[in-house]
Design a protein around this ligand. Structure first.
Ligand code: C2E
Ligand code: CA
Ligand code: CA
Length: 583
């Protein structure tokens, strides 16, 4: 159709409804005033339900927060936002990854007041993530664009995909790794570990999607109940944690009691009214200082007691009264003696080549046979060894022990060509004697340097990237391989990854755990693998526990894997047996 002047007549309303992306118009309060057919179809809600509803109520909690704290202020200042990754929860309770762009206009015929036009493109976000990675890859892209893509990938890595809350890594990023302790002027930090009672029963009887909805509602309730100084995170399954500042233990227990109340309100799921409860463990930072990790661990201990004592209640973790300075000195003395008296052990975990299914090497993991406390994992003593400098003799011993094993395995058929991975601490990396120590050990055990791999955590590398590049180059010149450990938990950028002369990326266990669980971790793991391959190095997955995870990794082209699925870290006799039976 044309008008009298021969120009085509455009039916704007039809265009609005038939556009390939969702269009919304909201009033300045965020209430939906108009919506196109595409959006209605895409979400499965009726038009009447949508009209008058606040846009953010269609988003999971974490995205609501993003929308309220990022989009709205930016819309107010610059009048537009573009391509913000949010999810929209449809009528079927399924989350739809989307990209939101919005502009603000003055409302017709009014002095004040404005409307917002919001455009959703229902891009698959997986596609979006792949695009981010290719943006990272393209060297000709501008720095600003790359920084944005990196920032966005990081945001995804720090959040739980189901509820949008921060995950454990997100919580650590927010509160840091430093100890927190109360002083007269400052409040102390408290962690409340919240474990839903009988969640498994809901999941089993009503199904997983009802279970997911329940978790999303719980996340919303918790987020609403916590003040701005605090944070709510989802650790895994039905485990949440609230971290906040408190004036003392009374304040913390009052917060726990209020959270129990918040949980007690009935919930509507699958047409049923359900009442849930939770058990809460509380830990408050002590004078000597606890890190957020310490607090969560202590609160976790208390939650067990709350469960034991009948659920739907809180318990406070009270550390045994002691003088931390004296305790520390005693522990340090014990460790020093232990090292001298040969109380350390090394266990070895096989590393599997995902293409052949065979062992390509082993990783050395140190343990301490404590006279009273039994076999202790590194988490109980490495930090102390690191602070006191004991980590140097300890590290040198682990390396020598490992190369000694390599030497003896070379003599039988199962050991030929195996790679030996050894962990280095941040302190060792900064030790000017490190290269000589490694070189000496290689010579002493007649070891081919190419079969030794040194693992350094991403966090250690990034604490002083300039110095790290120097140490790494010196090690590289010896011919040994280098790996970035716990990748994804620190904030290294592609820029650094290119500068570090590393041979492999070890993707942190926290991302592998979520593989196949529809948590978004699949996309992150896929991105890490692509990133490794883009810079020409191997991708290794750690903490593989299920065959589903192994299959997913194989499908994504991951090179190596390590985890309980294949073998736990083993003492030498068991390792020999394992190698013989898997040759
Ligand atoms: P890492 O280097 O990331 O080592 C992997 C950790 O994950 C090991 O814990 C291993 O036992 C555990 N693991 C392996 N597969 C699985 C799995 O499928 N599921 C689960 N849940 N866990 C799995 P471990 O032995 O307690 O060591 C903890 C950390 O201590 C190591 O983390 C490493 O950073 C450090 N470490 C160990 N040995 C040494 C050492 O000789 N020197 C230094 N500096 N650090 C060490
Ligand atoms: Ca390691
Ligand atoms: Ca690791």
């Amino acid at each position: 159709m044309t008008d009298t002047a021969g120009r085509p007549v455009v039916n704007f309303e039809a265009l609005f409804h038939q556009a390939p992306c969702g269009y919304l118009v909201t009033d300045d309060g965020g209430r939906i005033a108009a919506v196109n057919d595409t959006f209605v179809r895409w979400t499965g809600y009726s038009r009447t339900t949508l009209l008058g509803t606040k846009l953010q109520f269609l988003m999971p909690v974490g995205d609501q927060i993003l929308y309220a704290t990022h989009c709205i202020p930016q819309l107010g200042i610059t009048g537009s936002v573009s391509e913000i990754a949010v999810d929209i929860v449809g009528a079927d309770h399924i989350r739809r990854p989307a990209l939101l762009s919005a502009s603000r206009f003055a409302a017709a015929g009014q002095e004040s007041g404005s409307i917002r036009v919001i455009i959703f493109s229902a891009h698959e976000r997986r596609l979006y993530e792949t695009e981010l990675v290719s943006a990272l890859r393209a060297a000709e892209e501008s720095d600003a664009k790359r920084a944005l893509a990196e920032q966005e990938l990081r945001r995804l890595a720090l959040h739980d995909a189901l509820t949008g809350l921060p995950n454990r890594a997100g919580l650590k990023a927010r509160f840091g790794a430093a100890p927190h302790g109360g002083t007269r002027e400052r409040k102390s930090l408290a962690a409340l570990f919240i474990d839903l009672d009988h969640f498994k029963a809901v999941n089993d009887s009503l199904g997983h999607s009802a279970g997911d909805n329940l978790l999303v509602s719980v996340a919303g309730r918790l987020a609403a109940a916590v003040q701005a100084s605090g944070a709510v995170a989802r650790l895994s399954g039905d485990e949440f944690v609230v971290v906040d500042e408190v004036a003392g233990t009374d304040d913390a227990t009052a917060l726990a009691a209020s959270l129990l109340d918040v949980m007690a309100a009935p919930m509507h799921l699958e047409g049923l009214e359900i009442v849930i409860s939770a058990s809460i463990g509380i830990a408050v930072a002590q004078g000597g200082g606890d890190t957020v990790e310490d607090l969560i661990r202590r609160a976790d201990i208390a939650v067990y007691r709350a469960k034991e004592r009948g659920r739907n209640r809180w318990e406070l973790h009270r550390p045994a009264p002691s003088d931390p300075a004296v305790d520390r000195l005693r522990a340090l003395g014990e460790l020093r003696r232990g090292i001298g008296e040969g109380a350390l052990r090394v266990h070895y975990q096989p590393r599997i080549d995902l293409r052949t299914g065979r062992a390509s090497g082993v990783e050395a993991l140190v343990r301490w046979q404590h006279p009273a406390r039994g076999l202790l994992p590194p988490s109980e003593f490495i930090a102390m060894a690191e602070e006191s400098g004991l980590v140097r003799p300890l590290g040198a011993w682990v390396l020598d022990e490992t190369l000694k094993l390599a030497e003896s395995l070379r003599r039988n058929d199962h050991g030929a060509g195996l790679e030996f991975a050894v962990n280095l601490s941040a302190r060792q990396l900064n030790d000017p004697g490190l290269v000589d120590m490694v070189e000496g050990a290689l010579e002493r055990r007649s070891m081919d340097p190419a079969l030794l791999l040194l693992e350094i955590t991403e966090t250690a590398l990034m604490s002083d990237p300039g110095a790290a590049v120097e140490s790494l180059n010196a090690l590289k010149n010896l011919g040994v391989g280098l790996a970035v450990d716990d990748f994804g938990t620190g904030y290294s950028s592609l820029t650094y990854l290119k500068k570090f002369p590393v041979n492999e990326l070890k993707i942190d266990r926290s991302f592998i755990m979520g593989l196949g669980l529809d948590t978004g971790d699949g996309a992150i793991v896929g991105s890490c693998i692509d990133l490794a391959h883009a810079v020409g190095i191997r991708a290794v997955a750690e903490g593989v526990e299920t065959s589903g995870q192994a299959q997913a990794l194989q499908d994504m082209g991951c090179d190596l894997a390590q985890g309980y699925l294949f073998a736990r870290p083993l003492p030498v006799p068991q390792l020999r047996e394992w190698l013989a039976s898997h040759a």
